[in-house]
Design a protein around this ligand. Structure first.
Ligand code: AMP
Length: 404
């Protein structure tokens, strides 16, 4: 993929080219299309990944028309250094768009910043405390804000900006696009993200799935009809912690939740067939630990951003191998350990082989006592999962996942 192919306006492309860039970085390849669609983004991205352009280019594209001198995009950053860097980037990438950007941060006199703000701006890059100061003095009007970026959210929290950021969030229009970036996603960062995103579904980008090295993959061969029983037994064996169960269909989700409920195991069902309110409630109960199990379809689960998931269950083997990587990436986050349990019926053997090829490794076929499948599973050879020909592999590290 090239910048040329991303649907960016010519005046933006020209500026990007002047910087000497033709090829987007992975984070840009993922975030720019989503940003251009005006959807919310949560990204785990570190400095040096090109995340600044990842959020600035969609902002510039959105702002270049209809400039009216009121604040339309706010980028909150933890430090004055970062504020300056983002400002320089915004001016570089935006130089042919006419979009005006200013930076305001602490440790500098208010007066020049006030003058700049009052002179009419489209993008403000700010540290939270100073932005609040200006807001309090009526120097900025954020009532027309369309895009909010929180950059290096984990550092903002480390620096004690949580109360300021939360106050700012509460004062901004709720109808807006939010892009949230953080190098690490701790539970505090997660909480801030939820506040910033107002629990809207966001597209997750970054290398969560890749970095989850603490995942133990368990593959259990079982007949389709025995999956419920096998799952129940596993849940009893892994006694504590949040478990996310993935299923292909909404109907399956409801049926399984109902069945487990009857068996005395409370589970929240989460899928697109439910109302937003019902989904929010399910997610809240899961986050707050009131219910240990969340059963979800892939589509619905896209916006779920919950820490401390100890086990991800593939109740069915996904048809698209990349979905496996996304699903299991929900556990073992931030260096923690997690289990990815896959229940594989004889009809799903081939789908599992596709996943193993994608990942470049095989998983040991296990059988659970009392739930032995009618057809004994065949253990593939390790080399069968390795690519036969030379050339780039499609392993998860280099895969073309649209969303990670
Ligand atoms: P950032 O992670 O946004 O701080 O960017 C890290 C560095 O990569 C900065 O010096 C950018 O100018 C540079 N950069 C951003 N996008 C690209 C790209 N597509 N190709 C090459 N360099 C880039």
């Amino acid at each position: 993929m090239l910048f040329d192919e991303m649907g960016l306006a010519p005046e933006i492309l020209r500026a990007v080219k002047e910087q000497g860039y033709d090829t987007p970085t992975p984070i840009q390849e993922q975030a720019i299309p989503v940003g251009l669609e005006r959807r919310d983004v949560v990204g785990s991205a570190q400095t040096g990944t090109g995340k600044t352009a990842a959020f600035l280019l969609p902002i510039l594209q959105r702002l270049k028309d209809g400039k009216n001198g009121t604040l339309r995009a706010l980028v909150l950053v933890p430090t004055r250094e970062l504020a300056e860097q983002v400002l320089v980037s915004a001016r570089n990438y935006g130089k042919y768009t006419g979009v005006k950007a200013v930076a305001v941060y602490g440790g500098m006199a208010m007066q020049p910043q006030t003058k700049a703000l009052k002179g009419g701006v489209d993008i403000v890059v700010a540290t939270p405390g100073r932005f609040l100061d200006h807001m309090g003095r009526g120097n900025v009007d954020s009532s027309k804000l369309e895009v909010l970026v929180l950059d290096e959210a984990d550092r903002m929290l480390d620096m004690g900006f949580a109360p300021d950021v939360n106050r700012i969030l509460d004062s901004l229009p709720t109808e807006r696009q939010t892009m949230f970036f953080s190098a690490t996603i701790s539970s505090d960062v997660d909480r801030l993200a939820r506040h910033a995103l107002q629990n809207h579904a966001a597209v997750e980008i970054g290398n969560r799935a890749e970095s989850a090295e603490g995942i133990e993959h368990m593959l259990v061969a079982v007949d389709q009809a025995d999956k419920r029983g096998a799952l129940k037994k596993m849940l009893e064996e892994i006694p504590e912690g949040r478990t996310l169960v993935f299923m292909r269909t909404k109907h399956g989700v409801d049926k399984l939740a109902h069945h487990l409920h009857k068996e005395g195991m409370d589970a929240a069902a989460f899928h697109g067939g439910r109302t937003q309110q019902s989904r929010n409630k399910a997610l809240d109960r899961f986050r707050e630990g009131k219910v240990r199990l969340l059963i979800a379809t892939d589509v619905a689960a896209r916006g779920i951003d919950v820490d401390n998931i100890v086990m991800v269950v593939n109740y069915d083997v996904p048809k698209d191998p990349e979905v496996y990587v996304h699903r299991v990436g929900r556990t073992a986050r931030a260096g923690a350990q997690g289990v990815a349990l896959t229940l594989m019926s004889p009809g799903e053997w081939l789908l599992m082989r596709d996943i193993e090829k994608l990942m470049g490794r095989t998983f040991k076929r296990e059988v659970m006592e009392g739930f032995e499948p009618s057809v004994a599973p065949v253990q593939p050879k390790e080399e069968d999962a390795k690519p036969k020909r030379k050339g780039p592999t499609m392993g998860p590290r280099r895969g073309r996942s649209k969303r990670r």
